[in-house]
Design a protein around this ligand. Sequence first.
Ligand code: GLN
Length: 542
Amino acid sequence: MDKEVKFIFVTGGVISSLGKGLTAAALGTLLENRGLNIALQKFDPYLNVDPGTMSPFQHGEVYVLNDGAETDLDLGHYERFTKTKLTRFNNLTSGQVYQAVLDKERRGDYLGKTVQVIPHVTDEIKDRIRALAEESQADVIITEIGGTTGDIEGLPFLEAIREFALEVGPRNAAFVHVTYVPYINAAGELKTKPTQQSVAKLREIGVAPNILVCRCEKPINKELRQKMSLFCNVPFEAVIEEKDVDHSIYEAPLMLQRERMDDLVCEHFNLQVPQANMGHWQEVIRKLIAPQHQVRIGVVGKYIGLNDAYKSVYESVIHGGIANDCGVEIDKVDAEDIERDGPEKHLNGLSGILVPGGFGERGIEGKIDAVRFARERAVPYLGLCLGMQVVTIEFARNVLGLEGAHSIEFEPECKHPVIALMDEQCDVTLKGGTMRLGAQACQLAVESMAAKLYGAFTVSERHRHRFEFNNNYRDQFQAAGLIIAGTTTDSKLVEIVELKDHPFFIACQFHPEFQSKPNECHPLFRGFIGACCHKFLHKRPL
Ligand code: GLN
């Protein structure tokens, strides 16, 4: 490394789901707005090679990058909050580390040595930090360590960052520990003991935090800050309060700026950079807090109980709201409830309906019913991936009259396989990393609503699916009014479908939710929410 790169390591204590990723991303926003070049990476201590094979109930959403990497959802925060470009090298799991170490061992690279966690596993981890510094040429690298301090599986990562900090020197490395300060109702008090113990655990490993970010429901007073400063060996001003946000996660950077977290980091690293101008970010918050319009969007899925399962979808819908100066209330509808009660009970009165991606048969008929409801009642509809496949099935069954139309994912021997496998996918047996993945070019039809919204005829969108629109039925669909609004550049695969004579009905085979930002909303979400608050109705190109 030629220049003096600065490294920030973000660890978490007490409990999981504290929003470490959000804190890392928000700090990234602030540093970027001070003119620094930043790069973010996430280390995940689990043994899966990537989260692609994990259930959303276990892990939340799988976030897909341009290069097709299936990664942790925190990378979604990184992309939404900053300009950083992410690739598969920005997310490292224990599974990948051990796979790399074992490959080297089999090749004989260790020259007869006993292969051990220290130094071989830790070296592999440190190499990844250096590789990102090299490749990104960033001024500051922010590395988030997943899991909670004290987890056995996280130890090699903590040991690696301890060694790394020693190697680059204390002025080039900073440790940020995100901790939880619970409010105990019965005592009417915030409690600092869990934080003290978590920091003690970290210091035992040799990692002494420079900044303590305290997640809390109530404000932390001076006395508590002094107490944590004393017991955790952190300067008073480096005890940062990060209270639950009032309105939106996009308040986090402003909150950390008020607490001077970016100043602390710059002072620690002796970086002479101007203050962050967060005016555009404040504007985002203003639109979120006091919007002109209001809509209620139904998201019909099967992982409705877990917020993280459709993280990027929910965020993109909110971005659509920001772009239209419109407040968005999200009604999470379990597709199985529609199957049980019929669509009216759950979908009446909604301004728009969205069916996101998904795998497996459970709830599929409920999603198909939701599509029919949106199509027949002229309710704005946006379908994402599986949300396009259910459009195809619904249209086949109820408009084309093809009884028994289905996807072969759910009924391999169905009479009309309107969603089928591409030839390349037929022989695939391994589950990990074998879908159609990552960014691919999509050609838009000239007269399509999609082209109007994008303002372009070729766009790049990210994929994560195995099954495709079956071209054998293409002519039949088009003759009956389904518009093929987007295809791959060779026209072979259908990427977007639209409906004629409908205020807004777009479904895509890709995942636009992976390319939307609070101040740069994805065109399809902008159009969808716009239609939901009746803005774009008159612009429909028919
Ligand atoms: N299960 C479908 C497929 O594999 C859709 C996947 C998705 O929605 N991400 O093609």
